[in-house]
Each structure stands twice: as structure tokens, then as C-alpha cells.
Design a protein around this ligand. Structure first.
Ligand code: 57M
Length: 360
């Protein structure tokens, strides 16, 4: 909004020329989202407590979680508020990528909100039936993939960039639509599974969002994209502002979700943030790098797949409990130690992913 209101006045007030720069508006988005979180956070937590929007703890989980019963959940509403307000304020609203990623984030946020709401009113961890939840998630993925396939504005390509191999760029054709759905639904559920300890999902998410802030900036700048040999995507740099808003909102949420958590994000937060990250990765054409940047989310998901398939096939567990963070809990590792070690691994993976820009 500010871009459209103030930049045109730069001939009169030369200072407003600064609104031309994505970097300036991204810094504004980060700080605005952070401020919104700090200002609304305490109020929202009090409201959730008043409304008794408390977390129901499953009885088959680690004993240490029982003391968390009643912790306000659906704190993801705060994250989404901060992200949307900040993006609408600072981004160029004539950019279709901004609207596409806001659409995907809101859609997944609604699915998560309904799931959380059902869990709260039923006071159980059973929310929306899995088939409905996955059905609506898959539909979103197909809509985003289908839109990009049918309306490749500015030569948007269905080619797949592969980290480390600059010359290998297979064109997926119509399969691209399924690929986009897999990325968005996969990332969304991976973040959802990871959100099982205080700050365990939001910490790695901040690292991933910060990395994609840099990658979006590069993808949207022809000279930088050429120099670093990544696909140039015209208009992608506006996603830098959106990613900045996500970094600010997530840092603000971590202030309250840090151990011992005053609030949980709920599925409204985990599903929407995961979908936002997956959608950004698709739009800037850097999807596979998510496997490195979001390595913690990948490890958590693989631990569940291994556990469930082993349990179904042989009746034996690979881990003491899945996802893997529960395995370390049951091994006696303190919750804060597990969380901070996962953050350290995320930080290292984010650095590695940025080095792939040069190692091509
Ligand atoms: C998402 N949700 C947390 C909170 C958060 C297939 C199976 C692996 C699925 C998985 C599952 O149900 N995942 C759902 C994880 C839950 O957190 C809520 O959910 C939101 C995120 N979606 O925002 O609202 C619990 O996590 C704890 N928590 C914190 N701090 C936070 O900041 O302590 C969350 C956020 C909260 C709170 O206790 O209640 C969750 O864990 O459900 N299932 C599991 O993860 C279960 N594992 C399991 O069943 N393993 C079996 C399977 C694989 C065969 C096995 O290994 O044998 C564990 N989760 C629970 N109890 N709650 C263990 C059992």
C-alpha cells in the first residue's frame, strides 16, 4: 500500500524514492510484522485464555507434555495477522506472486483454523477428518500448480532447477502441476509434524524464511540471477517483502512460543506457514533446495514415515516414538536442549543451502 501511496510522490519528496527499493520495503516488512506481534501478542494470549482455547494433550504422548494441557493454542492467528498486515502495507500489490502466496497461506490457514477449532470445542486432539484435511490441501496445491501452468505470465517456466547442477533443468510439462501440489502439501505437513515442542517448528522456520528472503531477492534480479546462475523469475523479488514479513512475524511469535511456551501456533499456524514456504519455493523456482533449507522438517517427516511403515510391516518401532523429537525426549534429553540443537542444525543447513548458489 505504502509503495502505491508514497512512491509516486518521490518527484516532490525525493525521500520517497526509497520506496522503489525492495530491500527497504523488506526491512519495513520485518519490523512491522515484529511490532504487530509484540503489540498484539499479549492481548491475543489473554483472549485465548479467556475463551479457553486451550491445547488438549493426548494421553499416549510423553509424560512431560501433560503439564502443557490448557496452554493457549491457535497462536498462528497472530502470525498470520502480522504477515498479512505487513505484506499489504509494504509489498507492491500489483504483483501477482504476492496475491498467489497470500491466497495459498490464507487457504491453508483456514483449514488449520477449522481443525484447531474442532479440537478445542471437542476438547480432544481429533480435529478435521484426515480425508477432508488432505482433500482441501491437495485441492489448493492443484489450484496453484494449475494456475501457474495455464498462465505462465512473463515466461514462467515448468522447468525444474536442481541444486548443484546448473545445466540439468528438466521441463516437467503438465506433471509440474502435481509437482507443485506435492511441494506445497508436503512442506505444509512437514512443518505441522515438527511443531511438537516449544519453538521447535518456528525456529527452523525462521531460518528457512530468512534463506528464502535472500533467494527470492536473487531470483527476481536478472543480474544477480545470471551471476549466480539461478533461474531469473520476473517479479519474484516482491516475494522478498513477503518472506521478510514472515521472518518478522515468526520472530515475534517465538518471543511467546519459546520454552516454556505461553502459546502454541496450532494447525492454523503450522499448516499456513508450511504452505507459504512451499509456495514461495515454487514461485522463485527453487523447490528442491527446500530439502536442504528445511532439512529439520524433512528429518521429522522421514522419521514418521519410517516409524509408521516399520510398525505396520513388522509391528516393531524404529524410534521410541515418532516424530524424532519425541524419541530424544523419551531418551531423557531435556526439551530445551532438543529444541536448541534442532535450531543449530537448521542454521547450518541454511548456510549450506546458500553455498549451493556458488557450488554449481
Ligand atoms: C502435529 N502436534 C503436536 C499444537 C501445535 C502420524 C503421527 C506422527 C502424527 C503426529 C501428529 O499428531 N502430529 C500433529 C503435531 C501437538 O501440537 C499441537 O499441534 C499444533 C501443530 N500442528 O501448534 O497446537 C502437541 O505438541 C506439543 N507442542 C509443544 N509445544 C509447541 O510449541 O509442546 C506443540 C507445540 C501439543 C504439545 O504437547 O499437544 C503433537 O505432538 O500432536 N503424532 C504425533 O506426533 C504423536 N506420535 C505418535 O503417535 N507416534 C506413533 C506413531 C508414529 C505410530 C509412534 O511413534 O508409535 C505424538 N504426539 C502426541 N502424542 N501429541 C506422540 C503422542
Amino acid at each position: 500500500m505504502l509503495y502505491h501511496l508514497l512512491f509516486p510522490l518521490h518527484k516532490t519528496f525525493i525521500a520517497f524514492n526509497v520506496f522503489r527499493y525492495v530491500t527497504f520495503r523488506t526491512a519495513g516488512a520485518i519490523l512491522t510484522a515484529l511490532l504487530v506481534s509484540f503489540i498484539l501478542g499479549p492481548y491475543l494470549i489473554r483472549k485465548l485464555e479467556e475463551l479457553q482455547v486451550g491445547q488438549a494433550i493426548r494421553d499416549d504422548g510423553p509424560q512431560s507434555h501433560f503439564k502443557k494441557a490448557g496452554t493457549p493454542t491457535m497462536g498462528g492467528v497472530l502470525i498470520l495477522l502480522a504477515v498479512f498486515l505487513s505484506t499489504l502495507l509494504w509489498a507492491n500489490l500489483q504483483n501477482r506472486f504476492v496475491w498467489l502466496v497470500l491466497f495459498a497461506t490464507a487457504w491453508m490457514g483456514l483449514i488449520g483454523f477449522i481443525d484447531d477449532y474442532l479440537k478445542v470445542i471437542r476438547k480432544s486432539s481429533k480435529g478435521l477428518a484426515a480425508r477432508y484435511k488432505f482433500g482441501w490441501e491437495i485441492l489448493l496445491g492443484l489450484l496453484v500448480g494449475g494456475y501457474l501452468y495455464l498462465y505462465p505470465v512473463d515466461a514462467f517456466t515448468t522447468k525444474l532447477a536442481i541444486p548443484f547442477f546448473k545445466r540439468v533443468m528438466p521441463d516437467l510439462g503438465w506433471f509440474y502441476i502435481l509437482f507443485v501440489m506435492l511441494v506445497i502439501v508436503g512442506t505444509s505437513n512437514a512443518v505441522n509434524l515438527t511443531d511438537g515442542l516449544d519453538g521447535l517448528a518456528i525456529g527452523p522456520f525462521i531460518m528457512a524464511a530468512a534463506t528464502y528472503t535472500v533467494l527470492a531477492y536473487i531470483a527476481g534480479h536478472a543480474a544477480a540471477a545470471k551471476y549466480l546462475q539461478v533461474l531469473f523469475v520476473k517479479g519474484a523479488s516482491e516475494l522478498t517483502v513477503f518472506c521478510g514479513a514472515m521472518v518478522g512475524a515468526s520472530l515475534g511469535f517465538l518471543w511467546f512460543n519459546a520454552y516454556p511456551a505461553q502459546v502454541f501456533m496450532g494447525d492454523v499456524g503450522s499448516l499456513s506457514l508450511g504452505a507459504a514456504l512451499g509456495t514461495v519455493a515454487v514461485l522463485i523456482k527453487n523447490e528442491l533446495l527446500l530439502l536442504i533449507v528445511g532439512g529439520i522438517f524433512v528429518i521429522e517427516t522421514i522419521s514418521v514415515i519410517l516409524q509408521v511403515s516399520s510398525f505396520k510391516a513388522t509391528g516393531r518401532r524404529v524410534f521410541r516414538m515418532a516424530p524424532i523429537h519425541h524419541h530424544y525426549e523419551l531418551n531423557g534429553l531435556a526439551e530445551p536442549k532438543i529444541i536448541v540443537r534442532f535450531w543449530i542444525i537448521s542454521f547450518i543447513l541454511a548456510l549450506i543451502s546458500l553455498t549451493t548458489l556458488k557450488l554449481r
